[in-house]
Design a protein around this ligand. Structure first.
Ligand code: ZN
Length: 478
């Protein structure tokens, strides 16, 4: 039997570390990437007779997230003990929220599809085991660091929807400034659970742990879909299990048969009172939530006449977005600057695998460069070369300014602007429809003819290499 119309059912559990100064129930610093076992005290080491005290800041940050995820806030929520025995858990239980979570019933839109959020709650992190070939070491710096857990309904129908959700959530966390949300550093952890349904046949949920990048989430889910589909086709049963993703061999492996909830023997935490949130608190937090990514995207489109596809790219990174808006205040030709940022600056970031805050050109420097460019004060054909030299710190913007002054005196500049070139290229492409067709069908060699036509019209004043790049950019876009 071959399964065709099977349905993929995926839900997500996400743990996210909150950016607080201290831990959730004691005053130890929440920073844990330090010398091992330095940020510990009797409370987070679980000594008998100690009492937890709830961190107010952690509540505020979790509330911010819950509101951004359109959740209802429980006016009264409570804490519980979740028991399990593992060396990284000093108390023998984890303090979490169980029957009465902080928030519930929210949603997040992914390409206009509603992904329902079942609950958002607070809990403490465990310590960290460090395995060496000889022995296993333990570091309790992380024990008690505040986490917010987000549980979705099983609303995802493809791995792509899952990764879009995680990306969007990560952007929101960074915009709200409540977490660093870095999967590789482990401060954002995703555990998808997946099953397949086919008529009345269905597999048991299998949960995947140990996923430290969005790429791994995607690959692990793709792998599980194939795996479960094959078993269902053979008519075999699929048992509930907790899996690990083996990144090297690109397959999942069973970590343990999944525990049932009763295995944890949850019971109310007797040392913490109920958490009461009043209307005033919620209003205060709502005011603190400034602009979420979606709102910012719409504003950028409105304010800067930005194309939606560009806005999508820019808002994904808050710092890039800040850079863009600051740049817009300084440049004369906003369209030119936008194109330059999207094409050239992002290319440098990708090539060097760096973030915008590591980009060597300051906003003022890039703005000066772009203003010179829009005034045709940089020799045509040298523009990109100069830009890359700047980005690699081989020259300074002052060097360009100097040469510009000299050349201006001599008056040796062609007065052709970027939009002139674009206009001519578009004219040529419109005239040479047949040639363009050939190019699109794979005869890439015909580009030489198109370049020649453009060069003729521009009377040879522009470097053909630059024309080639522009033509390719336009043709590949359609
Ligand atoms: Zn402590």
């Amino acid at each position: 039997m071959e399964l065709n119309n099977y349905e993929i059912i995926i839900g997500l559990e996400i743990h996210c570390q909150l950016k607080t100064k201290s831990k959730l129930f004691c005053s130890c610093p929440a920073e844990f990437e330090r010398e091992p076992n330095i940020n510990v005290c009797p409370v987070c080491l679980g000594f008998p007779g100690t009492l937890p005290v709830l961190n107010k800041r952690a509540i505020e940050l979790a509330l911010k997230l819950a509101l951004a995820l359109n959740c209802e806030i429980n006016r009264k929520s409570s804490f519980a003990r979740k028991h399990y025995f593992y060396p990284d858990l000093p108390k023998g239980y984890q303090i979490t929220q169980y029957k009465e979570p902080l928030a519930y019933n929210g949603y997040l839109l992914i390409d206009n599809k509603k992904i329902r959020i079942r609950r958002v709650h607070l809990e403490e992190d465990s310590g960290k085991l460090i395995h060496t070939p000889k022995e296993t070491l333990i570091d309790f710096n992380r024990a008690g660091v505040p986490l917010v857990e987000i549980v979705t309904e099983p609303d995802f129908r493809s791995p792509k929807e899952v990764t879009s959700f995680i990306e969007k959530l990560r952007t929101i966390l960074i915009y709200l400034d409540i977490s660093d949300a870095d999967m590789e550093k482990g401060n954002l952890r995703c555990e998808p659970n997946i099953s397949l349904r086919y008529n009345n046949l269905s597999s048991e949920r299998r949960e995947i742990k140990n996923l430290n990048s969005i790429k791994n989430v995607y690959q692990a889910l793709e792998y599980e879909i194939e795996y479960q589909k094959n078993l269902l086709e053979k008519g075999e049963r699929i048992e509930r299990a907790t899996l690990l993703w083996n990144e090297k061999e690109r397959r999942t492996e069973i970590m343990r048969a999944k525990e049932e909830e009763e295995d944890y023997r949850y019971f109310p935490e007797p040392d913490l009172p109920s958490l009461i949130i009043d209307e005033e608190e919620i209003l205060k937090i709502k005011e603190e939530i400034k602009e979420l990514p979606e709102e910012r995207k719409n504003r950028l489109i409105r304010e800067y006449n930005l194309k939606e596809e560009f806005a999508e790219i820019i808002i994904k990174d808050k710092y890039l977005c800040d850079y863009y808006e600051d740049l817009m205040k300084l440049v004369k030709d906003k369209n030119l600057a936008t194109n330059w940022l999207i094409n050239e600056v992002l290319r440098v970031l990708n090539e060097k695998k760096i973030k915008i805050n590591e980009f060597p050109l300051k906003i003022t420097e890039l703005a000066t460069f772009l203003n010179l460019l829009s005034e045709n004060k940089i020799p045509r054909g040298k523009v990109k070369e100069k830009f890359y030299q700047l980005a690699e710190k081989k020259i300074k913007i002052e060097d360009i300014l100097k040469t510009t002054e000299i050349k201006q005196e001599k008056g040796s500049f062609t007065q052709i602007t970027f939009s002139d070139i674009e206009k001519v290229i578009e004219e040529v492409l419109a005239q040479e429809k047949e040639v363009v067709e050939k190019y699109k069908k794979g005869k890439k060699g015909v580009i030489g003819y198109l370049i020649g036509e453009v060069v003729k019209k521009l009377e040879g004043k522009v470097d053909p290499r630059e024309i080639r790049e522009e033509i390719i950019k336009i043709l590949e876009k359609d």
